[in-house]
Write a protein that binds this ligand. Structure first.
Ligand code: 6PG
Length: 227
């Protein structure tokens, strides 16, 4: 199924971060004006880091921001490879979002327990205003990997044998990730070219299973887009 996303192709990875950051802030302002709060799902991996650094330098209405995570690696809470640690160091520790409004995934409990616990958190949060996502070289997004089967009705999946280390993870489901007003994908680097090409060809990839109320916006550099 072709997603009617909007592709914003920038020449370099550095040029991707600025418009993506501005778009996030615009969606946040709109959500806060309409509903008094902004419910944002953060992407993991390394690509979003530039955007998070830029967000940390802005003056948003942080008291009204609510932060969730799209996925987490089952590692100790302070492990350098945790998505929550990357988000904290690049963004969350630098802005005045109340700690009570930052909902990290308790992935240190292991996949099953963490998924069960976070299911409660998410059930009360849907729908989101914005979900940020990346894409892996195999077309995965969050920790939804090709060939992995999960009960479709779940909001949060326990993930085992992930092809991208660590093998144990927790992930919002396609259903939960799609329960959002807006979607922004952040994609840079030639290593993503094949996955992007297959996505555009309509292949049945995990990234293609996430579709929002509105067309998503894909911020991508030339190296990843040149499929
Ligand atoms: C993770 C991420 C994962 C990531 C992609 C892209 O925990 O690894 O959630 O889905 O977004 O693998 O990762 P990079 O941004 O590092 O290329």
């Amino acid at each position: 199924m072709q997603n009617n996303h909007r592709w914003h192709v920038l020449e370099t990875a550095e040029q991707v971060a600025q418009p993506a950051c501005q778009h996030i802030l615009e969606i946040a302002r709109h959500a806060i004006a309409e509903q008094g709060k902004f419910k944002l799902v953060l992407a993991g991996g390394s690509t979003p880091e530039k955007v998070y650094h830029l967000l940390a330098q802005t003056n948003a209405d942080w008291q009204r921001w609510y932060i969730y995570f799209g996925d987490e690696r089952c590692l100790p809470v302070d492990h350098k490879d945790r998505n929550s640690v990357m988000a904290a160091q690049s963004f969350l520790e630098k802005v005045a979002i109340p700690a009570s409004q930052i909902f990290t995934m308790p992935a240190e409990l292991g996949p099953e327990q963490a998924a069960k616990s976070y299911q409660q958190t998410i059930a009360g949060a849907l729908p989101f205003h914005l979900v940020l996502l990346g894409i892996g070289e195999d077309g995965h997004t969050a920790s939804l990997f090709p060939g992995h089967k999960h009960p479709e009705q779940e909001l949060v999946h326990a993930v085992y044998n992930a092809p991208k280390p660590p093998p144990e993870r927790v992930s919002l489901s396609a259903k939960a990730l799609s329960s959002t007003d807006r979607l922004i994908f952040l994609i840079t680097g030639a290593s993503k070219q094949e996955a992007v090409k297959n996505w555009r060809l309509g292949q049945d990839l995990p990234v293609a299973a996430v579709t929002a109320q509105n067309p998503g916006d894909i911020y991508i550099d030339r190296a990843a887009y040149n499929a």
